[in-house]
Design a protein around this ligand. Structure first.
Ligand code: ARG
Length: 577
């Protein structure tokens, strides 16, 4: 009976045991350097002999030989081979693999364990700015953050998502005055236009600018009427954000909003604390902290401004209060910020000051989950023809419309289901394109590529799932737990190995906050299924009953794994396509 659903981990445990008995060295199973092999006919390789050899003062091949001789894994491993300087190659037994796969039948987690070291995460994502339309730049934080939310929760961690809305600061004076001027009834239909009109008036009209400045002072002093006007503006924006989240299928709601204004009451205390700790300096009238190790081009120390010379607080002070709040009041162990790469230095400095201040200690981890930009076909930041940032809601509507065209010729689809399927395909394609590459890299937004039926796209995965479901419907039987799995054909075996690697894929995606690792795995699994489907007839009359049962089980498991994987990326899989 295996203890680990994950192949690599199980092999690691066996190797660790062999190192103990054969060489009297203790190594944690995760550190045995077991990796899937890229060599044909080899499943895994172990790379530990080389580094152990140095420590033990023995030749690597001798260490590898001792390892292989002490290995107690005849139930699991069919063949071992020592290659090159001391790699150990493993071929797993077909019957062992078949039993492991059969164990997955009926398991809603498809073999993925729940972590035995759960942590509590404050996850900052989406975080758009009030009185601005959500644009394509807000998409990545929203989509990547949502995927991480789902992945972490599935792995067994506690996740406290918070939406750090930009809802505070000097622009609100002019926005409120403009709202008063333009009459209070009716909703703001175009947030961007509203913002630009306010801005234009502020620049052209001195009296308006003065009123706006006075209004900011009132807002910060907590004047009741001003506060109400401000709230209306925030609510208008939040309604728009919610519409985008609903269309995207994002889990954020009103209850997750912890905007910049939320931390306002704490800012004074933060400055006092930092000052008491002797961390602050006054520089040009502003209260600053100069965290060690941060210097500009000319070697000058870089400040984190905690209170501006006019007495106001800015973005950085708010982020200090934010970290303090989530670690102290909400007892989180981990702080994740899903924010674009240009803010890297800001977060490094915030983390440094938080550590100096004791807001972050040894038991905490803070990480900036950075990401690159979305580019247009010209390789520059994606913009409209007029040079403006692209509104997200329009982009998503276009995705659904284009998906409707893609599925137009699918006769299997009932008329009534078409709208829902188009939405799953269109929204899924946009999300998947955002998640499938290393998040640190920029990517080019291309409709044709993201909606392609072949390649590493959600459409390819959704088609694979729908094909499997159609086969299962035709078979007219449900696959029962306990069905015997047989791996006679190479394509069956290759698919089985892939299905058993889901735990490792999810583990890597979680550990590195890297949804693309899960995407890559899902693509490989769907490709392995395609190979299986082409080579191993399931329902043909020539297929013996036991083989048919086994193949149906492999197909059903593939669908389960792909559906689960897509759901962790926030993507739906239509029943028919
Ligand atoms: N509103 C900010 C922006 O649009 C992002 C906020 C990110 N979160 C944070 N805690 N700083 O750039």
């Amino acid at each position: 009976m295996s203890t680990h659903a994950d192949l690599g981990m199980e092999l690691g445990a066996r190797v660790a045991a062999a190192l103990r008995t054969g060489l009297d060295v203790r190594v944690d199973p995760v550190d045995t350097l077991i990796r899937p092999s890229t060599r044909d006919g080899v499943d895994y390789q172990c790379n530990i002999a080389m580094s152990l050899a140095k420590k033990l003062g023995r030749p690597p091949r001798e260490v590898a030989t001792a390892l292989v001789e002490a290995l107690d894994a005849a139930d699991m491993v069919a063949e071992t081979e020592i290659a090159g300087p001391g790699f150990v190659n493993f071929v797993l037994r077909d019957d062992w693999l078949a039993e492991r796969v059969a164990e997955l039948l009926g398991d809603p987690r498809a073999g993925v364990p729940v972590t035995d070291a759960p942590r509590r995460f404050a996850l900052d994502y989406s975080s758009p700015n009030v009185a601005k339309t959500m644009h394509v730049g807000n998409m990545r934080s929203t989509v990547i953050g949502d995927a991480l939310h789902r992945l972490l929760a599935f792995a067994g961690h506690e996740v406290l998502p918070h939406n750090h809305l930009g809802d505070w600061g000097t622009p609100f004076g002019m926005l409120i005055e403009h709202m008063l001027d333009s009459g209070l009834d009716g909703s703001i239909t175009d947030l961007n236009a509203f913002y630009q009109q306010a801005r234009a008036k502020f620049d052209a009209d001195e009296a308006f600018a003065t009123r706006s400045r006075d209004r900011v002072v009132k807002l910060q002093a907590g004047d009741e009427q001003t506060r109400q006007l401000w709230q209306r503006l925030v609510d208008e924006s939040a309604r728009h954000f919610q519409a985008v989240y609903d269309l995207l299928g994002i889990r954020l709601t009103q209850a997750n909003i912890y905007g910049e204004s939320f931390y306002n009451p704490y800012l004074g205390e933060v400055v006092d604390e930092l000052t008491e700790l002797g961390l602050t300096e006054v520089s040009d009238g502003a209260v600053c902290v100069f965290p060690p190790g941060f210097t500009g081009r000319e070697g000058q120390r870089l400040p984190l401004i905690v209170r501006k010379s006019d007495g106001g607080y800015g973005y950085a002070a708010t982020d200090l209060a934010t970290a303090r709040y989530w670690t102290r009041e909400r007892d989180v162990t981990d702080l994740l910020y899903v924010v674009g790469s240009p803010q890297a230095q800001h977060f490094q400095m915030v983390f440094a000051v938080c550590t100096q201040a004791g807001y972050l200690t040894d038991k905490h981890r803070a990480e900036h989950i950075a990401f690159g930009s979305v580019l247009g076909a010209d390789g520059k930041m994606m913009r409209t023809r007029a040079g403006e940032s692209v509104a997200l809601i329009g982009l998503l509507e276009e995705a659904v419309a284009r998906a409707a065209k893609v599925i137009e010729e699918r006769s299997e689809l009932a008329e009534a289901d078409r709208a829902a399927v188009a939405r799953a395909v269109g929204i899924g394609a946009v999300k998947y394109a955002d998640l499938a590459g290393d998040r640190l890299k920029d990517y080019v937004f291309t409709w044709e590529k993201m909606l392609a039926k072949d390649g590493n796209t959600s459409v390819y995965l959704q088609y694979a799932i729908a094909r499997i479901r159609s086969v299962l419907r035709k078979a007219g039987e449900t696959v029962q737990p306990g069905t015997a799995v047989r791996l006679g054909e190479p394509a069956e075996r290759a698919l089985a190995v892939k299905l058993l690697q889901l735990p490792a894929a999810i583990d890597a995606a979680v550990a590195e906050y890297a949804p693309h690792k899960l995407c890559g795995y899902l693509f490989e699994t769907a490709s392995a299924f395609t190979g299986f489907y082409e080579n191993c007839p399931i329902l043909a009359s020539s297929t013996p009953d036991d083989v048919r049962g086994s193949r149906l089980a492999l197909a059903a498991l593939t669908a389960d794994v792909l559906v689960l994987g897509l759901s962790l990326l926030g993507i739906d899989a239509p029943e028919r396509l």
